[in-house]
Design a protein around this ligand. Structure first.
Ligand SMILES: NC(=O)c1ccc[n+]([C@@H]2O[C@H](COP(=O)([O-])OP(=O)(O)OC[C@H]3O[C@@H](n4cnc5c(N)ncnc54)[C@H](O)[C@@H]3O)[C@@H](O)[C@H]2O)c1
Length: 315
């Protein structure tokens, strides 16, 4: 059995440029013959449309057969809102939102239903995260910042599965993207983002159960290693994290978005039909390490042994 994605439809929530995992997954799915639609955050949608129209993304849209990755549908999507009643007046009337129609999760699902009908999609990808206080340690994170991180980065997946569930063919696949901070302490990944990723992974299991029983859908997460996307640049230390992972992982070298996208392809395809409720680490093995492979060098550099005289001990 191959990937069997030729002619199938995919929806990817969280594509606004060519620099993140969502775009890489869109490309990989298109290479496999999928028709791809995306949901884009309204404040970023105008720039995305302009970049597409002016050919600024053509190089990264070029597929191996020479054609350009094209999007069947680009819908405005603000995943902080489930339905129109939730949208505050100042957002409805904001210049980046006011001409976009219903940009809620429900609104995006309605537009997809109008365009393609029920059971149109084979795969739905959630590649959305935002934590306004990500640079603040948890101890210094406000309630508002913490809940905002949870809302955009975790609850949005619950909402996406609820509203897009009926649009997905029974047995279809939902995929979200998490990070190791869900299970281990990552200093610098603050503002409640670690809590949001922990919730996202727990929700992946519960949604796998509920959406599996309700529709026969599968729900899985990829826990990706660090990658220099636009969202990741909000984390001040992303460059150093990439360098550190590249040296400290079992598979040396920096993670590529293509490596993540290829695993998403597997999760989207019937090759993974027996797999649901899983969190797959796609981080070149970093998650499995306990201490750095060059422990002695780290310790000797950071904490050079004191000379016998300094330590006051006999030689
Ligand atoms: N880049 C990394 O190092 C890394 C590592 C592990 C996991 N991830 C996860 O991968 C996913 C994709 O992120 P990325 O790093 O590829 O960056 P990205 O910038 O390509 O994707 C984040 C997207 O979320 C969108 N977004 C933000 N708030 C939104 C909202 N309210 N409604 C709708 N869309 C909204 C942004 O417009 C953007 O398109 C995120 O969940 C992120 O946490 C990233």
């Amino acid at each position: 059995m191959g990937l069997a994605l030729e002619g199938k439809r995919a929806f990817i929530a969280g594509v606004a440029d060519d620099g993140g995992f969502g775009f890489a997954i869109a490309r990989a799915l298109a290479e496999a013959g999928c028709k791809v639609s995306v949901g884009t955050w309204p404040p970023a949608l105008g720039i995305f449309e302009t970049m597409l129209a002016r050919g600024k993304l053509d190089a990264s849209r070029r597929l191996s057969d020479g054609s350009l990755l094209s999007f069947e549908l680009i819908v405005p999507l603000d995943a902080d809102y489930d339905s129109w009643e939730d949208v505050p007046e100042e957002v409805r009337t904001h210049r980046r939102y006011r001409d976009r129609g219903d940009f809620t999760v429900f609104g995006a699902a309605c537009r997809c239903r109008e365009a393609f009908g029920e059971h149109a999609f084979e795969v739905v990808v959630h590649a959305i995260a935002n934590g306004p206080e990500v640079r603040r340690p948890l101890l210094e994170t406000s309630r508002k910042g913490y809940l905002a991180a949870l809302s955009t980065s975790a609850y949005s997946f619950v909402s996406l599965v609820r509203h897009f569930g009926p649009l997905v063919r029974p047995g279809g696949s939902f995929i979200t993207i998490s990070y190791l901070a869900a299970e281990r302490v990552v200093p610098g990944y603050g503002g409640g983002m670690s809590s949001a990723k922990a919730a996202l992974e727990s929700d992946t299991r519960v949604l796998a159960y509920e959406a599996g029983r309700k529709w026969g859908h599968r729900v899985n997460a990829i826990s990706a290693g660090p990658f220099a996307s636009r969202a990741a640049s909000a984390i001040g230390t992303i460059g150093k994290m990439i360098t550190y992972y590249a040296h400290a992982s079992p598979l040396e070298g920096a993670l590529t978005a293509q490596e993540v996208a290829d695993v998403a392809l597997f999760l989207a395809s019937p090759l993974s039909r027996g797999l649901t409720g899983c969190v797959l680490h796609v981080d070149r093995g970093y998650h499995s390490m306990g201490v750095p492979h060059d422990l002695e060098r780290w310790v000797d550099t950071l904490f050079p042994p004191a000379s016998p005289q300094e330590s006051g001990r006999d030689a």
